[in-house]
Design a protein. Structure first.
Length: 347
């Protein structure tokens, strides 16, 4: 297998490679829909590693580098900079066919070890926990649970949730409808995206602007990325990113930003109009419950809440799957010693 590192490359080259290694089972986050707009927003592109046999491309991945005095850290399909990674890739992995993954992973990690000052690999929200390699110390893996609503249930979706969650949703729905009117779900036309994204931005900053990581809408790279996904800069991407308006009568409860991958709905973010209606008012639960029923009636298979801890995600889901965060150190005397010291300090 020929494994090459490209430190300089054109977007069109990446666009020519991706169709050769992707198929319908791949994550939308590992497709040109997500990766090309992300690359276009970056000040400095990560290195590209490509594995091929003869003329066939078997796999590729982007590795962003952050230099450190103890050795350089490489991030899979991220840069390692918060401002450029705030769009947050999910369902991450090496980009290849599942049957080629063991061989491609082996070759790619071996190639990284050849880089000067290379010390560590970091992988966020990966679907696979298989990251062992003879040139690396034992990987440090933490597991997180992603929740989703399976829409293929034969009965009403709400009936698949707990009794307490069903009661909370129904109380909230009744309160909202009595106060404002019937609840409706509307998928916004792409022509309305600029105005709607501005409204979402204002609500999102109001809610998250002072949080630890802030709102992505105060980050110009985050905004540019989503303008591309929503077809505001390039119409080619507009069919898989949608904005939903959830209203009750004339009152806008809020907005949902979703991604569509085949028969799967991926919830990306929300912006909610909060009103002082007491503790029975649960606009988030109401919005998601109506959106889930809407997409269930359209024949979609599931509604995925993706990564990130939040109680409502577990409440509103009837199924789950694991994702993994991986750290791997190159097998050197220094890294062995540092690993032992960290273990002792934890004790």
């Amino acid at each position: 297998m020929l494994t090459q590192i490209f430190k300089s490359y054109e977007i069109d080259y990446v666009k020519s490679l991706l169709p050769q290694v992707t198929n319908s089972e791949d994550s939308i986050f590992l497709s040109e829909f997500w990766l090309l707009p992300w690359l276009e927003t970056l000040t400095t592109k990560p290195i590209l590693i490509v594995c091929q046999r003869d003329s066939q491309i078997l796999g590729l991945a982007f590795w962003g580098c952050q230099k450190h005095w103890l050795g350089d850290n490489y991030y899979l399909n991220q840069t390692g900079l918060h401002s450029e990674d705030q769009v947050w890739i999910e369902q991450n992995d090496i980009i290849c066919r599942s049957q080629d993954r063991p061989e491609v992973l082996e070759a790619m990690l071996e190639k990284l070890c050849e880089l000067k000052s290379f010390a560590k690999v970091t992988v966020q929200t990966c679907l696979s926990a298989q990251w062992q390699h003879t040139l690396f110390l034992e990987p440090q893996i933490t597991q997180e649970t992603n929740f989703y609503a399976d829409l293929k249930v034969s009965s009403n979706y709400l009936d698949s949730l707990s009794k307490n969650t069903r009661a909370s949703i129904r109380r909230s729905n009744k309160l909202i409808e009595d106060k404002f009117g019937p609840i409706t779900v509307n998928i916004t036309h792409p022509n309305e995206h600029p105005d709607l994204l501005n409204k979402i931005s204002q609500l999102h900053i109001l809610k998250w602007g002072t949080s630890e990581y802030g709102s992505g809408f105060t980050n110009s790279k985050f905004v540019e990325f989503h303008e591309q996904l929503l077809g505001m800069r390039n119409k080619e991407y507009s069919d898989k990113a949608k904005l939903l308006t959830i209203a009750a009568g004339d009152f806008i409860l809020g907005y949902l930003y979703i991604l569509i991958s085949d028969k799967h709905i991926l919830f990306y973010l929300s912006a909610i109009n909060y009103a002082d209606l007491g503790n029975k008012y649960k606009p988030g639960l109401t919005m998601h419950s109506y959106a889930i029923e809407y997409f269930k009636n359209l024949g979609y298979d599931n509604y995925d809440f993706l990564a990130g801890p939040a109680r409502y995600k577990e409440q509103m889901s009837n199924n789950s799957y694991p994702v993994y965060h991986i750290s791997m150190y190159k097998k050197t005397y220094r890294n062995r010693l540092l690993t032992k010291l960290k273990s002792l300090l934890k004790r």
